[in-house]
Write a new protein. Structure first.
Length: 98
């Protein structure tokens, strides 16, 4: 079973069901925190600019992934490699060069 299809259904249901919305929000907050933690490690390792706002970057990154999922299902977009490489390039563009 493709869990991304299940995720679409859950996201849709969350727009009209407060209980589902609360579950989605709780899960999304946990995932966003994990992404922020990873980005903090990147920043601390010099892969991001020292002044990078990891919470804001985590929100952008987290919002990008559902868009890629929609594209993969609706438009037949199947190769995640290049878009994720470009996203990493955007995230790290302001990092100091060593």
């Amino acid at each position: 079973m493709d869990l991304t299809v299940v995720a679409f259904s859950v996201w849709t249901e969350s727009t009209r069901n407060a209980e589902v919305r609360a579950l989605v929000a709780r899960n999304d907050d946990a995932v966003r925190a994990c992404v922020a933690d990873a980005l903090t490690r990147w920043r601390d390792a010099g892969r991001l600019a020292p002044e990078a706002d990891v919470a804001a970057l985590a929100t952008v990154f987290f919002a990008t992934v559902p868009g890629l999922l929609v594209q993969s299902h609706v438009l037949g977009f199947g190769d995640w490699g290049a878009p994720l490489d470009e996203l990493e390039a955007l995230l790290t563009a302001a990092a100091p060069r060593t």
